[in-house]
Design a protein around this ligand. Structure first.
Ligand SMILES: C[S@@+](CC[C@H](N)C(=O)[O-])C[C@H]1O[C@@H](n2cnc3c(N)ncnc32)[C@H](O)[C@@H]1O
Length: 276
């Protein structure tokens, strides 16, 4: 669902001045959002405006993960050109990457062959809400850089919470503010000004565009990320990087007050609205 004409990623780049056959191939399937370091050292987006992205994030994130993921089944949601899928496969995991954009899936499938990882990583065109209609579960789910692009973010978070057994790696665009206030049991109607406290869970709605990207819909503060994760039955065990949350399931069963059927039905409705 788009606000107006979809502009898509604005942090993508083309490799400049391609010389070798490999560079020309990279150029022909650009622009790239992920700067992949291919086996011979060639990079797919060496001029990325964020720097060596997402390698500089991965350096911190990987330190928070188990050393080996041998035998783990991993789902990478919004996999883009597959940077995280490839890193996790190198650690021993069997990875499924999903994305709704064929442009990125083409890059990911091509890169998998360059790395010789095409036996361990598969990429599928899939909308996140459709995960509600599959019974497949994974040891670990990567849900990075997607939440805030979604029209129905909590529906997606609830679906994702049912898809992993051991770990969830979650990242969202946020708004400034690290304060967290003690959750209020029941907010009296005349005390609604409390919601203006800096530590109240808050999520800004972006009606038009942020950073030139009109698919950015939401920016929660840290308190809201914490609260939304809790209300989806999750708990944060580490924050390996800015805006990145490593989660497990929380021990409190009562927080989940909906049934999988409800999710599936909601996902069906969203699907019908978007597609039909
Ligand atoms: C900002 S990029 C993040 C890429 C990668 N996960 C990362 O963290 O670097 C968002 C990706 O999510 C994909 N995406 C956006 N909405 C999606 C949806 N509803 N279902 C599946 N993928 C989606 C986009 O096509 C894009 O590749």
């Amino acid at each position: 669902m788009n606000k107006t004409e979809q502009t898509g990623e604005t942090l993508e780049t083309f490799i400049s001045n391609p010389q070798t056959p490999l560079e020309r191939k990279i150029f022909s399937i650009g622009p790239w959002f992920h700067n992949l370091h291919l086996p011979d050292g060639t990079q797919t987006a060496p001029n990325h405006p964020l720097g060596d992205f997402p390698y500089f994030k991965w350096k911190k994130i990987s330190e928070a993960l188990p050393e080996s993921l041998k035998g783990w089944r991993v789902l990478d949601i919004g996999c883009n050109a597959g940077f995280y899928s490839f890193e996790l496969a190198k650690m021993g995991a069997n990875v499924t990457g999903i994305d709704l954009d064929e442009h990125y899936l083409r890059q990911a499938r091509w890169a998998a062959r360059q790395y010789g990882l095409d036996g361990r990583v598969k990429f599928r065109k899939m909308q996140i809400y459709d995960l509600a209609h599959s019974t497949a579960t994974y040891d670990m789910v990567i849900f990075m850089g997607v939440f805030y692009h979604l029209r129905y973010p909590l529906l997606a978070l609830d679906i994702v919470a049912q898809k992993f057994k051991k770990l969830l790696l979650f990242q969202t665009l946020t708004m400034p503010g690290e304060e967290v206030m003690e959750p209020v049991e029941d907010l009296p109607i005349e005390k609604r000004d409390l919601m203006l406290s800096p530590g109240w869970p808050r999520m800004a709605f972006i009606e038009n565009s942020l950073a030139g990207d009109n698919t950015n819909w939401w920016a929660p503060n840290h308190a809201a990320v914490d609260a939304m994760l809790r209300s989806s039955g999750l708990k944060t065990i580490r924050r390996p990087d800015h805006e990145v949350y490593l989660c497990t399931h929380s021990d409190i069963d009562e927080v989940i007050s909906y049934e999988p059927d409800e999710l599936s039905s909601a996902a069906n409705s969203v699907r019908r609205m978007i597609i039909e």
